[in-house]
Each structure stands twice: as C-alpha cells, then as structure tokens.
Design a protein around this ligand. Sequence first.
Ligand code: 8YV
Length: 303
Amino acid sequence: MKPDVLQLKALSPRLEAGLEAAYTVHRPYRAADADALIAEVAPRIQAIVTGGDLGVPAALWDRLPGLEIVAVHGVGLDKVDLELAAARGVTVTTTPGVLTEDVAELAIGLWLSLARRMVSADRYVREGRWAKAERLPLARRASGRKVGILGLGQIGRAIAAMAAPFAGEIAYHSRRPVEDVPYAFHASPQDLARAVDVLFLAAPGDAAPLVDAAVLEALGPDGLLINVARGSVVDEAALVAALIDGTIAGAGLDVFADEPDAPQALLTMDNVVLQPHRGSATEEARSAMAALVLKNLERHFRG
Ligand code: 8YV
C-alpha cells in the first residue's frame, strides 16, 4: 500500500515523478474544487509535501488526523507551526545545505545589479534609447562598501563569503554573536544598519519584522537593502515609503509579504530590482532539494 501524500504546490517534474513512484499523491491546488478533494482524502493523508514559502496553512492541521510528516521543499520553517507539529508528534523535515550558495549568489547578484543599475540599463539598450543618446544616470560603485548581514546562519555566512571580495568591511547582527567569524557583531538591526552601506537580510521570517522604519532610517539615503529571506523580515509598507521618499537609495527584493504579489508602487521604480522568489531556483539546487525531500519521506516511512 502506497502512503497517501498531500502535495500543496507545484514542484519540479523530477520531484513529482519521484513522489508518484512511491506514494499516492493528491494535489488540491490542481483540483477544480480543492476543498472537496481534501475532504475526500483527508482521513488517509500521512504526509504533506510543501514549499518553505507556503508551509502548512493553519486550517489544514485539524483536517488531517493521520498526518505523520511534513516534508518541506526548502529551508524556511516560518509557515509551519512547529509547536503544533511537536504536540501532535508530526515530524517536520527541510532541505538544508543544498541551496545555500544559490540563495547567496542571488543576493550578490541583486546587490551588483542594483548598484550598477543593470536592469534599467538593460531596458535602455532594448528600448533603443542608447541609439538616441538619451541620458542614463551614472551607477554607484559596489566595491569598497560596508556590508551588513542580518542573520548569520548558513545563508548569511555564504553571502558574507561571496561579498568579501567586494566589501570594504563586513558586519552582522544575529540573535547572538557567532563564534569563529571575522566580522564585527552589532547588538541590534538598527546599530548594524547605521554602520553599513548595504544591508542583506538572511534571517528567518517572523511575525514581527526585524527591519522597521527606524532601521531603514539608520541605513540612510545612500543605503541599499537586499532581501532574500522572507517578506516578513521587513515592514513592507515602511520599505515602500522609504524607497519613495529617499530614506534609502534602493532595494533588491526576492521575497515579499504577500507573494505572488509585489507592492504595486515598486513596479514603476527604477531604484529597485525585483525577483519572483528565485533564490533556490537553479537546476542544481532544485534537483538536490527534490532528492532530499524524497529521501526524508523514505526514511520516515522506513521507520
Ligand atoms: C523555495 C524557500 O522557493 O527554502 C525556502 O524556504 O523559500 C525556497 O527555497 C520554496 O520552498 C520552493 O518550494
């Protein structure tokens, strides 16, 4: 008997094929009536497969009495109620270690494309404005800037390592100081923002944003904010306001509070570079993530 699995979002063809080989897979997001499908299969469901970006919707927990495991395709656990999972004896797995560099390099790419205005310059070429010798504002040099990392976990450390050849100095703020790193620790997000030119967000998502209007103010009018963590790490309304009124210079954003929607006001701004939550979206990371999701499930069902 194949265990019944509830797959909550579209995943790579490789992962979906692997799931189908070993499990009876139910996909409510593809059903005409998702609710009716869940109602029908709920008593049999032993596993959920979901993205870190989606987690487990709160209303689902009470509908799945036989749930044993939540296999997250990703590393973020901010949308999985871990206390509830523990109370119900539900195992939760993630895919750590295989997407670290991929997320970090997107962060670096966002920084460089933002500082060097690469996206608006690309548009300038495509729209034929170069040929008309239209004025294109100068970029800013990235090299030599002071870099701050908010959240020095695996991804934060990888960003620091990749930023090092460009950075003048590297500093960080984490819940607690990290041993064995050569970077200066700052006691609060605001202190860190005040000390740096570019602030990378690599902290887990939480209910209360670490970056609020005061942190943006501290980052200052030449400051850049890069977010590859979660939209909830920053007060998005305060960020939009700071970008509009010049409180900070620009932002490179891969994540948003209400995905897949990005705030309307950002869509016409030249001082932002936007990505549709693509940090782990490389062939390499996604194939390793797929393998790890399958391995996590297999190990669970083998006991
Ligand atoms: C993915 C993520 O985009 O790791 C995470 O927590 O947010 C990303 O890797 C997502 O989980 C894809 O399903």
